[in-house]
Design a protein around this ligand. Structure first.
Ligand SMILES: *[C@@H]1O[C@H](CO)[C@@H](O)[C@H](O)[C@H]1NC(C)=O
Ligand SMILES: *[C@@H]1O[C@H](CO)[C@@H](O)[C@H](O)[C@H]1NC(C)=O
Ligand SMILES: *[C@@H]1O[C@H](CO)[C@@H](O)[C@H](O)[C@H]1NC(C)=O
Ligand SMILES: *[C@@H]1O[C@H](CO)[C@@H](O)[C@H](O)[C@H]1NC(C)=O
Ligand SMILES: *[C@@H]1O[C@H](CO)[C@@H](O)[C@H](O)[C@H]1NC(C)=O
Ligand SMILES: *[C@@H]1O[C@H](CO)[C@@H](O)[C@H](O)[C@H]1NC(C)=O
Ligand SMILES: *[C@@H]1O[C@H](CO)[C@@H](O)[C@H](O)[C@H]1NC(C)=O
Ligand SMILES: [Cu+2]
Length: 600
């Protein structure tokens, strides 16, 4: 089915290769509909996972309220800042076609919104699918400012559902489910606020690489697993890092571990409780998703707003049809669990074909940094007497399948729908970006330098591009193709989930070992098996391969179509705060005039 469809599309694709631009603004007509949305931000005493701490609430809610749109809608998103500190809001994955002033990046597209001020973001929903909005000032995302965005696809967009079923009744049920898709926001939370974490990093000279609880739609608990369980589930990879140490009582690699932290100067006595160790159990509520008993299928947008954890997700006894990633449709794949890195979104269909009852939703951190798990429930037919038996798990508390019959989504098998060939474009420039620690265990490089947090307070580059520092910016010309190669220079780095603001990119290659080529074209001659130009994934967030035993690299390719300054950064919060970021000054030859209302 898919092969013949692609076969038909191929000649057209080749003909239009030079001028074809992947789905940015123009191709979808405006609906003429303007959606106004308003959030008022306050800093409140809260109890996420039962932890008493301050959180950012949006209209008194955590997570922030969802924004539902139709492709082509215009959005007017008003942020009223009643916080005691300045902030911005970024729309993750939204390309901001011709509206770079609404991207929400301090130091690039706007000045931070001061306490008592407001800011009106205006943009068009040019793409369809699952996105989210979140704070983009310092580490504030981890203080709770994140909310889902769902954009219903235009009628001209071809859907991949015929690859799941050819039955008309089932197809109708699937499309109905998709139209009502609801968000499942997966995240993590700490006892400390983001500012306390940043101050602790400076005082202790350590990368704060653990959290205190996983949350599903903002709900969860802190469970202290106990020494025996922690030791039992300590993985081979963790043992390799630990040597003769053990994970702490919060399941974390200890602060004294020089394999995980490097041999930089540090001060162990400056480490606050709960950051690496010191487990305090607390109970919050558990998310309970009620499925409509009349629905044959339900659709969820799994959104990782986690700041540090890599979350594997599964629902007991319910396989997941993954049909969209980072908004983009894919050829559907049936799996039992999905590993979701920071900032990524996976849209899934779940068939409701089991007896009435509660089915446990399991989330587990699968990073080497920590053992951390959480629980929620999928409940259907709630009026009928619930089943007595506990549901059967397909993953354990570290996200490993409980039997070989269960599968975790394999990223290498993903094919976008429709896919696009990008092997023959003319690449105007290739940037190789070194990723390593930069003189401190919590400071990181991207390229030749490290992007300091203080740049957030500087005059935004959109208004004055010439002030951009050489090693912290990459300038591109509009209409050109650009290759970025992330060069993870040494072993024992976690996968870095890179997020590019504005339009999506193609994931064209990855591999182990040091990148040692002047271009992708050259590398292709030596290691063709490391590339996929035929069906590359189309993403806005993608990880570098884990550097367990040595260096690794990731190559992405994108078309510069939307002039403006856009950030490229790791979406692990402590890495971003630690400088793993760069400004792409895209289409600098064609920057638009900034409208009067956005002038400084
Ligand atoms: C184990 O730890 C001790 C100190 O706690 C240290 O002296 C020793 O070198 C370590 N052994 C290995 C194999 O790392
Ligand atoms: C280490 O941290 C402790 C506790 O914050 C502090 O009293 C001490 O001065 C610090 N030591 C150094 C060398 O900075
Ligand atoms: C983590 O898993 C353990 C073992 O299944 C369970 O007892 C505990 O409740 C889970 N923790 C959370 C926060 O759900
Ligand atoms: C993932 O899929 C690729 C391509 O089909 C395959 O080579 C690889 O072995 C798979 N990985 C796992 C862990 O199954
Ligand atoms: C890093 O330095 C090299 C050598 O000077 C230069 O070619 C490259 O453009 C720089 N990279 C960035 C991102 O500034
Ligand atoms: C930027 O380039 C794209 C692709 O070539 C083109 O469609 C767009 O009109 C250009 N934008 C400007 C402002 O020139
Ligand atoms: C770089 O790659 C070439 C070609 O594969 C190889 O001959 C050479 O040894 C490599 N150099 C280094 C420093 O790895
Ligand atoms: Cu990172």
């Amino acid at each position: 089915m898919s092969t013949s469809r692609r076969g038909l599309a191929l000649p057209i694709l080749l003909l239009s290769m030079i001028s074809f631009v992947y789905g940015y603004g123009e191709s979808i007509k405006a609906t003429g509909n303007t959606v106004s949305f308003q959030i008022t931000l306050t800093w409140e005493d809260s109890r996420p996972a039962g932890i008493a701490r301050k959180m950012i609430l949006a209209n008194d809610q955590f997570p922030a309220p969802p924004l539902n749109l139709k492709q082509g809608d215009d959005v007017e998103f008003l942020v009223i800042n009643e916080l005691p500190f300045s902030t911005t809001v970024h729309f993750h994955g939204i390309e901001q076609y011709e509206t770079p002033w609404s991207d929400g990046t301090p130091g690039l597209s706007q000045r931070p919104i001061a306490p008592g001020d407001s800011f009106l973001y205006k943009w068009r929903a040019t793409n369809y699918g699952s996105y989210f909005y979140h704070a983009h000032k310092r580490g504030q995302q981890e203080d709770g400012l994140y909310g889902a965005i769902h954009i219903l696809s235009d009628t001209t967009i071809e859907k991949p559902f015929a690859m799941i079923s050819e039955d008309q009744y089932e197809l109708k049920a699937i499309e109905k489910a998709e139209a009502k898709s609801s968000p499942i926001i997966l995240s993590d939370v700490r006892q400390l606020t983001s500012n306390e974490v940043w101050e602790a990093e400076i005082a202790m000279g350590r990368d704060a690489l653990c959290a205190n609880a996983l949350l599903v739609n903002g709900k969860g608990s802190v469970s202290c697993l106990g020494r025996q369980t922690i030791n039992q589930f300590t993985s081979v990879a963790q043992r390799g890092v630990l040597g003769n140490q053990s994970l702490t009582d919060i399941g974390c690699l200890p602060a004294t571990n020089t394999v995980a932290q490097g041999t930089f100067s540090h001060n162990i006595s400056a480490i606050p409780p709960s950051v690496f160790a010191g487990c305090t159990p607390s109970r919050g509520s558990a998310e309970q998703l009620l499925a409509n008993p009349d629905g044959v299928y339900v659709s969820y947008d799994l959104i990782s707003a986690a700041i540090i954890s890599t979350i594997t997700f599964s629902i007991d006894e319910h396989p997941l049809y993954v049909y969209g990633i980072d908004g983009q449709y894919i050829e559907p794949i049936l799996v039992d669990a999905i590993t979701i890195t920071n900032g990524a979104r996976y849209s899934v269909l779940v068939k409701l074909d089991k007896p009435a009852g509660d089915y446990t939703i399991r989330v587990a951190n699968t990073g080497v940094n920590q053992i951390l798990n959480g629980t929620a429930f999928l409940t259907y037919h709630p009026c009928v007497t619930a089943q007595e038996q506990p549901s059967v798990p397909s993953i354990d508390i570290i996200g490993v399948p409980t039997s070989p019959d269960y599968t975790v989504l394999n990223e290498s098998t993903i094919v976008p729908y429709p896919s696009q060939e990008v092997g023959h474009v003319h690449v105007a420039q290739t940037q190789v970006l070194k990723i390593e620690r930069y003189h401190q265990s919590y400071i990181w490089s991207l390229g030749n330098s490290s992007y300091p947090l203080t740049l957030e307070e500087m005059s935004p580059l959109l208004f004055n591009p010439t002030t951009g520092q050489k090693d912290l910016t990459i300038s591109t010309r509009n209409g050109t193709w650009v290759d970025l190669v992330f060069d993870v220079t040494n072993a024992l780095q976690p996968p870095h989930p890179f997020h590019k603001h504005s339009n999506k990119f193609f994931v064209i290659g990855q591999g182990e070992g040091r990148w040692n080529y002047s271009s992708v074209a050259e590398a292709r001659q030596y290691i063709p098996e490391s590339f996929n130009f035929q069906t590359p994934q189309i993403r806005d967030t993608f990880i570098t391969p884990p550097a367990a035993t040595g260096p690794t690299w990731l190559a992405i390719r994108y078309h510069v179509v939307n002039p403006g300054p856009f950030l490229l950064h790791c979406h692990i919060q402590v890495h971003q705060s630690g400088g793993m970021a760069l400004a792409l000054l895209d289409g600098i030859d064609e920057w638009p005039e900034v409208p009067e209302e956005y002038q400084l």
